[in-house]
Design a protein around this ligand. Sequence first.
Ligand code: SAH
Length: 345
Amino acid sequence: MELIDIKSLDYTQLEEYIVSLGDKKFRAGQIYQWLHQKLVTDFDEMSNISKDLREKLKQQCRLVSLVPERVQVSKIDGTTKYLFKLYDGNLIESVLMRYHHGNSVCISSQVGCRMGCRFCASTLDGMVRPLTASEMLDQIYTIQRLTGERVDNVVVMGSGEPFDNFDNLLIFMKLLNSEKGLNISARNLTVSTCGLVPKIREMADLKPQITLAISLHAPNDALRKTMMPIANKYSIAEIMDACRYYIAQTGRRITFEYSLVKGVNDSQDCANQLIALVRNMKCHINLIPVNPIKERDYEQSEHKAIQDFKNRLEKNGIRVTIRREMGRDIDGACGQLRKSYMEDK
Ligand code: SAH
């Protein structure tokens, strides 16, 4: 018998399940609270649930609960990187960043990734499997449990392509949002995609109030194709159209991520092309000094090139920030910790 992934059930589904076991509806409310507010890791912690029902749940359900395999704390800024083990032995990474405006957790959406971006460590060994909604949630739950600190913001910017795991992402968003759970509002959630155009449109139609971030990284298709294989499938023009549609549907500002690579995409000419692309668009540009990985020859742009790039955008009235490098001393970039850990073993 296949186990039920009880933490991926929404409130209504949990009610239906508990009723199907011959129990009262309100029990589902209690169980939901144990799972999504009290963040228990064992059915036996559910002290107001009968032993009989707990036994049934143990037999029929998987209670997803991540095991910290390695925890690294940055000496520079306190950023904490977690390597979690899943029930099947797979490993994923999550990061806790402490900002003055609150705690942000960056979560993974897949084990590995199949998008193949040239600068990214997550994709070097391909995609192993998508994460369930419960495994996405439990990265946040476990960090909250381990630190005793409230998580305020969530960014889906760890390993994996969230729009390549769309259905589970939507369940995850619903559970994260739920008043009976952690109640983290859509406005405090950012989802980053390499630009799967049909999914951007599908998301737009759901009119979520999340922040959508698009990994653009290049201002023209020819250059983008050298950095991101997905550029062979969707053109920048198609992405921009989908983004305009997203803005029209949701009223939200879009973030474009642009990782600066020395001598590749950091020229003033690139800046000018980027300006032409996003002019008059309700957007924000996030410049990321590329975090070099040893498997690839990309180098980080010079400090001056980064500043010049930013200045040029700003002079043209474009909202732009340079992403602060957090946890540089702890394998900060996506997928690096998992990769280095697996190489050690
Ligand atoms: N698959 C999603 C989300 C994961 S990556 C996406 O592509 O958006 C989160 C962001 O970090 C993306 O913009 C990604 O392109 C960028 N990124 C990944 N590895 C990086 C590296 N080594 N240096 C700088 N940015 C990187």
